[in-house]
Design a protein around this ligand. Structure first.
Ligand code: ADP
Ligand code: NA
Length: 346
């Protein structure tokens, strides 16, 4: 059978929001449940990536725990999937160093994410030395760590958002470069682009829903209560045009609500356009009520499982799952690292 190893990661930055859930986590669970029995599934809490920006130690520890509980709550099954913290598997860092010794600075400096972190327009004057001093090497070499994450498990399937396509291409480049120099050890991954639509901010619907937006009303967390969901959806920015239509350019707020409803509701509508037609005579208030109800229904089980996992008495259970995941992920990584070290001359 062809190799079927899935790897994906998410940063430990607190409880995930509805965008993370619909755009990533729900796909992971679907993949897990539909994967052939022989497939290996690895889902990592990528805490090494998280420290490319300054993190408070106890906050980071808490966020890792919350993310682990969240992954279980959305339906990842630790018996089926290997769920682990990246920092618990040292081979990720080891392979990163080896790949770094081959990685092109020019290629890395052309990555859009690096350029956007610098807030650089395409043709800018060179940075002065004090701005340069503030830039961190870890942020620059972040894609090399991402490549190591994938390649150390010789993943064949990597579900990522469309904005990560470039990084996956870089991982392929790293694999091919290594293989060219040292022999056929690493496996260039195939892409899987997540088909899920972007969920937009409730309060500023021209922006994507994100944890980095200041206004907590801009996003629904997967652990929000029925009441919190209703409050946030009710305060979502819409417009004064009567009725419901699907028009993301001219009616971004209304269209975002329709999209959310389409993704969480098991309605028969084949797409958001068709759903909007079904709802065309609804008032904003009625639409919002429908959206709140559907989101609440979708998240109620997630919320319950999260509360349970985070209970004081379950601390050991969570720790055990983390340890078991780390042990299995280490075995997967070590199988690759034996070949890598041998090829390099260690
Ligand atoms: P954030 O934008 O809140 O910082 P991350 O960048 O940590 O979220 O993304 C984690 C995962 O969730 C990624 O796979 C990303 O594609 C997905 N994701 C994040 N925000 C959204 C969104 N608004 N809509 C759909 N998917 C999203
Ligand atoms: Na982000």
């Amino acid at each position: 059978a062809p190799r079927h190893v899935v790897f994906s990661g998410i940063q430990p930055t607190g409880v995930p929001h509805l965008g993370n859930y619909l755009g990533a986590l729900r796909q992971w669970v679907k993949q897990q449940n539909e994967a052939p029995l022989e497939a290996t599934l690895l889902y990592s809490i990528v805490d090494l990536h998280a420290i490319t920006v300054r993190q408070d130690a106890s906050q980071l520890r808490q966020w890792r725990k919350e993310m682990l509980a969240s992954l279980l709550a959305v339906g990842l099954d630790p018996k089926r999937s290997i769920i682990f913290c990246q920092s618990a598997v040292a081979a990720h860092s080891e392979l990163m160093w080896i790949l770094s010794c081959q990685a092109s600075m020019g290629y890395l400096s052309r990555m859009t994410q690096w350029k956007s972190k610098l807030a650089l327009p395409e043709n800018t004057t060179p940075l002065d030395s004090s701005s340069k001093a503030k830039l961190k090497l870890g942020l620059f070499s972040y894609p090399v760590l991402q490549a190591a994450d994938i390649l150390v498990h010789r993943a064949s399937h990597v579900p990522v958002g469309a904005d990560q396509g470039q990084h996956l291409e870089f991982a392929r480049e790293c694999a091919n470069g290594f293989n060219h120099n040292f022999g056929p050890v690493l496996i260039p991954p195939e892409t899987i682009l997540s088909s899920a639509k972007r969920v937009m901010s409730l309060t500023r619907p021209h922006l994507k829903m994100s944890k980095s937006h200041e206004d907590p009303k801009s996003r629904i967390l997967i652990t929000d209560s029925r009441d919190q969901i209703a409050k946030k959806v009710n305060s979502a920015l819409t417009d004064t045009i009567p009725g419901v239509t699907y028009d993301p350019v001219n009616r971004p707020g209304v269209s975002n609500l329709v999209d959310i409803l389409f993704h969480v509701d098991e309605s028969a509508a084949p797409n958001s356009e068709a759903l909007a037609l079904d709802l065309k005579d609804l008032s904003m208030r009625a639409l919002k009520e429908k959206v709140s109800d559907a989101v609440d229904r979708q998240l109620s089980v997630v919320r319950e499982r999260y509360e349970e996992a985070m209970q004081e008495g379950n601390a050991q259970y969570l720790a055990d799952i983390g340890e078991d995941g780390a042990r299995r992920a280490s075995a997967s990584a070590e199988a690759t690292m034996k070949l890598v070290r041998d090829a390099v001359g260690f």
